[in-house]
Every structure is written in C-alpha cells, then in structure tokens.
Design a protein around this ligand. Structure first.
Ligand SMILES: [Zn+2]
Length: 285
C-alpha cells in the first residue's frame, strides 16, 4: 500500500466515523413516507433492463427533449470510488437520503440558484418528499448539472441480506428514479451506511452498477449537528479531489449554503457531477 492510498483510507475512515448515515434508523422513518412498502412487482432477474423508455410515463416527446433514451444495464465488474483522480481542483457534492422535507427543498433550491453541480442519492422510500421537486430538478438534470445515484429504496444495510432482496431494493429505486427524473442512476451506486463487500459489489455490478460510490469527505450531518460543527467539517474536507457526502435529513445545512458556496469559491474548487468527474454517462449507463 502506498502512502497516498493509506492517506485516502485514513481519510475515509475518519469520514465514515463521522457520517455514513450512521445515526439513521435502519429503516426509513414512518413519518417521512409511510415506511417501506412491500415489493409489489415480481423481482427482476439480474441484468434485466428496467425502464424501457416507452414504458416511462414522464418521458414523452413533448416533455423530455434533452436526456437521451435510458440505455440498457451494462453488467460488469465494479470499481470502488473514494475521491477524484488527482491532480484536480474538482470536487463532487453528493447528497443522500432525504427524510427532511425542508432540507430536500433547501438543497433543490440551492442547486437551482447556485448552479453548483450536485449528485443526489435519494431513497425512494421518501418519494413523497422528492417527487414534488421533480419538475424543478428535471431541467437541471437535462442540463447535466444534477445527477441521480442509486442508494436503494429502503436504506437497509445490504450486508447479510438475501441476494433477491438486494436486487429488488436497487431495482425498485432505479425504476422510481427513471420514472420520476427521466434518467438512469447507473452506473453509480452508494451502499447504505457505506456497507459493502465483494459479494455485494459483484451483485450490484450484475445490475449495471459498476461504480461503488464511497467518499473521502463529509458534512457529518447524517445525525443532527450544530452549524459550527458542520462548517468545521466543510472547511476540513472541501479540498481538491473530495467526494463530499451530505444528507438531506436535518436542517442544519439550510443556513450555511452561502458560506459553503463562498468557501468553494475562495478555494477555487470546481464542483462537478460524478459523470463529469469520471467520464461516465447517462447515455451509456
Ligand atoms: Zn444514506
């Protein structure tokens, strides 16, 4: 292990100690969206293509001019991603979950007014909160400013779950993302709690999720923290090459967007989506 790899791992360890939805319940909060719903549809076979554009109600010739048709899944051997390829001034801001309506609304408005690229990794279990913002997000998605990654529907820890349950959880979230935002989340998958292993990685790779999205910086807001704590973490981790993780779960961030935007500008950082950072493409999946 070289020094850079070691430092990266240490940074990730520190970040994981601070975050990764670590304070979240193992299941979605019932107040947010009524809790996880039973899987109604048959469990798809691995590698099955979801979301034939013809079957996606929001994707029609009059409403979806800019996003290419959703491509079939491209199964493959996944790679685990912590940070940007160096050297770079780029950062990627990635925002997970979404069980606070006010915080989701705040992030969507921040993306709209700041034009800062953001990758959201929402859980469909909170679709009642996210769906109301689809009309605002779709133009940003079409413009390539906003990207959507898959974080499962239920946010359950995948380790030890049956393979069919894992596939169904991810497929259901993908189907919701396609229908709601007109985009595939492939090939980006963020495991809940950052919990993954070789078996999970191989399984999600079969579904076309060939980039396992971890992080090397965190706002630390998977649990409720103070504005001072959050800004301290922002100053610590918003550095060139960071994949920053945050959560649309608590309102602390709402009063800090201007400071964070200023910090990014002062440090001459270049926020980008994961597609931009890694040359992945929604046209390819
Ligand atoms: Zn999460």
């Amino acid at each position: 292990m070289d020094r850079r790899t070691l430092l990266t791992l240490l940074a990730v360890g520190a970040a994981q100690a601070l975050t990764s939805c670590s304070g979240e319940p193992a299941t979605p909060r019932p107040s947010a969206a009524g809790g996880p719903r039973p899987i109604a549809a048959p469990v798809p076979a691995p590698g099955r293509t979801i979301g034939n554009p013809a079957s996606v109600p929001h994707v029609g010739p009059t409403t979806q001019p800019a996003i290419p048709p959703i491509p079939p899944a491209q199964p493959g051997s996944p790679s685990v991603v912590f940070g940007a390829p160096a050297p770079t001034r780029r950062i990627a801001i990635t925002i997970d979950d979404g069980y606070s309506p006010e915080t989701v609304a705040g992030y969507v408005e921040f993306a709209r007014r700041s034009a800062i690229p953001i990758t959201f990794a929402p859980n469909g279990a909170y679709r009642a909160i996210w769906d109301r913002h689809a009309d605002t997000l779709r133009p940003l998605i079409e413009a390539g400013q906003v990207q959507i990654a898959n974080h499962t529907w239920t946010h359950l820890n995948l380790l030890g779950r049956p393979d069919d349950a894992i596939r169904a959880d991810i497929d259901r979230n993908e189907e919701w993302i396609e229908q709601t935002f007109g985009i595939t989340s492939r090939p980006w998958f963020r495991p809940p709690y950052g919990a993954h292993n070789a078996h999970v990685d191989a399984l999600v790779g079969e579904l076309g999720f060939t980039r396992i999205l971890l992080w090397n910086g965190s706002f630390g807001d998977s649990t409720l923290i103070s504005p001072e704590q959050l800004m301290e973490l922002a100053r610590r981790y918003l550095q060139p090459g960071t994949i920053m993780i945050g959560h649309a779960n608590h309102q602390t961030i709402l009063g800090l967007f201007d400071q964070i935007q200023q910090l990014i500008a002062d440090r001459k950082l270049e926020p980008v989506t994961l597609d931009t950072m890694f040359q992945t493409s929604r046209a390819v999946g």
